[in-house]
Design a protein around this ligand. Structure first.
Ligand code: ZN
Length: 247
């Protein structure tokens, strides 16, 4: 439907492939969430049921990024104009990438950032806290050295990981059969408690201030963080084929 409205159907056929959209950081608010004179869906709707990848996240205009907060929460975009009021679907997996600081060298032992910590604080401050709060998983990637390039490839390649993800999705589909939910991302309330309640050691671990991998703000996010973390843990355990949610 979205592709049809946007006029991007290839040979008039509905695509069987999930969308992967990568808007440039110069994108306007209308380009990202929809709008314009003749109201058209934005990138967040064109990525519906697929991936919206935002590279160089702090380089986007802050107001443009913040316009994503509501669709990320509700899964829809409301575009209100004088001549039209349109609601587009916008259920996406948001993936974003950014440098640790403007010069990109923070934490790099070979090329230390000369303006730390200001360089990082200014750069990371361009992304608002409420938007970061909606990103459940944060991963720091260490710089790659020349010596790293000579290492043998990892034992588990992309194809193997893709197979594990597909298996986890199948488990989720079976678990949620007969409900309106499709994946762990939809789990909420009673269903989240039923399927993603950790055991006692796991609960204690989740209540500890996070060190890596989860948003530093997660510690103060209360139930939102708890829900996000529980869904992630459910997904990670699911990919390993386990039903229980343990530390
Ligand atoms: Zn720097």
């Amino acid at each position: 439907m979205v592709s049809s409205v946007a006029g991007t159907l290839i040979e008039g056929r509905i695509s069987q492939v999930r969308p992967f959209r990568t808007p440039h950081h110069s994108a306007s608010m209308a380009a990202l969430v929809g709008g314009g004179l003749k109201v058209r869906p934005g990138e967040v709707s064109l990525a519906h049921l697929g991936v919206l990848f935002l590279d160089e996240l702090p380089e986007f205009q802050r107001a443009v990024l913040d316009s994503l907060r509501e669709p990320l929460e509700t899964g829809v975009v409301d575009v209100a104009r004088a001549n039209a009021h349109v609601t587009f679907p916008a259920r996406v997996q948001l993936v974003a990438a950014m440098n640790p600081c403007r010069c990109g060298h923070l934490g790099d032992p070979a090329l230390a950032c000369s303006r730390a910590p200001r360089c990082a604080a200014d750069y990371q401050g361009k992304v608002s806290g409420p938007l970061l709060d909606r990103i459940d998983l944060h991963v720091e990637v260490d710089p790659v050295s020349a010596a790293d390039l000579g290492l043998p490839p990892p034992a588990e390649g992309s194809a193997e990981v893709a197979a594990r993800v597909a298996a986890a999705r199948r488990v989720q589909t079976e678990r949620l059969a007969g409900t309106k939910m499709r994946s762990n991302a939809d789990l909420n309330g009673d269903m989240l408690e039923l399927h993603a309640t950790p055991d006692e050691p796991g609960r204690k671990l989740l209540l500890q201030p996070p060190k890596r991998c989860v948003s530093p703000r997660a510690a103060i996010r209360g139930c939102c963080a708890w829900r996000g973390l529980s869904r992630i843990c459910r997904g990670v355990r699911g990919s390993g084929g386990s039903m229980s949610l343990r530390r």
